[in-house]
Design a protein around this ligand. Structure first.
Ligand code: PEP
Ligand code: MN
Length: 345
């Protein structure tokens, strides 16, 4: 929609804008008001070059976009009825729970196997286990490709699907070859458009589910949804959005908990939302409350770090991981809230 600076375009201005939009396969439809006339662009008004050219005209006040910038992830897109199914559960049908260790310790695989069995018992649908880790300090444990076998053994022992974060194309290929059921794009890479494109391309055929975490630095919701659009654009709509806290931190918490963006995301996109309370607050004691708040805000699921013996864990586990008993209690309470919300509909 073109809004001119004056009440209407002169005939010369109208032919200039008509010529510009025609180059992009669009037409102009004037909407004549008593005082002001505005000009609808009929066609795909998202053409960036066309918008730039129109915005550059000195008689144009602004261009208002009617169409969403998200062709696929928008609630109004043809994909709006798409449902993501994982491990036999369709998100939206019941509260979907991902739980497991932040980081697999390749020297102590039994902790992972015990954790996997325990989170299954607690009610989780998918087991998480960090194989490669994005660590702030380069001298801390960075993960180990050997953990990929441990992760897959966890899947074989429990029968539950598993996920792992991938940070580059080599890890992406290794994870897909191993048969990982869900790929995680971590908060640090949610703005890495080359990686998003590589993942989109790699999962286009296989339709592997991708959990996209919110970057610490994504202010606008549109940035988060656009990152998902990068993946979906290649043809796989199996994408889950995962708020996990942002920067700057809320004093005392690891990040600024952002579970409250869930209803805002749901207004704009059809994508399921699974909140990660563990990285949001960063301390095991606060994780259950954040998890319950997330479900109250309408989350379709939770991604929670858990460990049979948090003090023996590595990465975030000593601080953040819930014990299986606390996890089971949190899941049970979260399910109650989920049921209350869904009954109310
Ligand atoms: C994780 O899931 O362990 C992790 C590193 O998450 P994030 O990318 O949200 O920090
Ligand atoms: Mn972690």
């Amino acid at each position: 929609m073109i809004l001119p600076k004056s009440n209407r375009l002169t005939p010369e201005q109208l032919s200039e804008v008509t010529a510009i939009v025609a180059e992009f396969g669009c037409k102009i439809q004037p909407i004549v008001g008593t005082v002001r006339t505005i000009y609808a662009i009929v066609g795909d008004e998202r053409e960036e070059l066309m918008i730039n050219r129109l915005e550059g005209l000195d008689y144009v006040d602004r261009i208002d976009r009617i169409q969403s910038p998200f062709k696929l992830m928008d609630r109004r897109s043809d994909l709006a009825t798409h449902r993501v199914t994982l491990g036999g559960v369709t998100l939206g049908d019941e509260l979907f729970v991902i739980a497991g260790q932040c980081t697999i310790d390749p020297k102590n695989p039994n902790y992972f196997y015990e954790t996997a069995a325990a989170v299954k018992e607690a009610g989780a649908h998918l087991i998480r286990g960090g194989v490669w880790k994005p660590r702030t300090n380069p001298y801390t444990f960075q993960g180990d490709t050997k953990s990929l076998d441990i992760l897959m053994e966890g899947h074989r022992r429990t029968g539950l699907p598993v996920d792992a974060e991938v940070m580059d194309e080599q890890q992406l290929q290794l994870a897909l070859d191993a048969g990982v059921h869900m790929l995680q794009v971590g908060a640090r890479n949610a703005l890495n458009y080359s990686l998003l494109r590589a993942i989109g391309r790699a999962v286009a055929e296989r339709k592997t589910v991708v959990l996209l975490k919110r970057s610490l630095h994504m202010g606008a919701l549109s940035e988060f949804i656009s990152a998902a659009e990068y993946i979906a654009a290649f043809g796989n709509p199996n994408i889950i959005l995962c708020p996990r806290g942002t920067a700057p931190t809320l004093d005392g918490y690891r990040n600024h908990p952002d579970e409250s963006i869930t209803p805002l995301l749901k207004e704009k996109t059809w994508a399921p939302v699974v909140v990660d309370p563990s990285h949001s607050v960063g301390k095991a004691a606060y994780v259950p409350a954040c998890a319950l708040a997330a479900v109250a805000y309408g989350a379709d699921g939770l991604c929670i770090e858990a460990h049979v013996s948090p003090n023996h864990g590595i990465g975030d586990d000593p601080k953040q991981a819930l014990t299986p008993a606390v996890l089971a209690e949190t899941i049970a309470q979260a399910r109650q809230i989920w049921k209350l919300r869904h009954k109310a509909k």
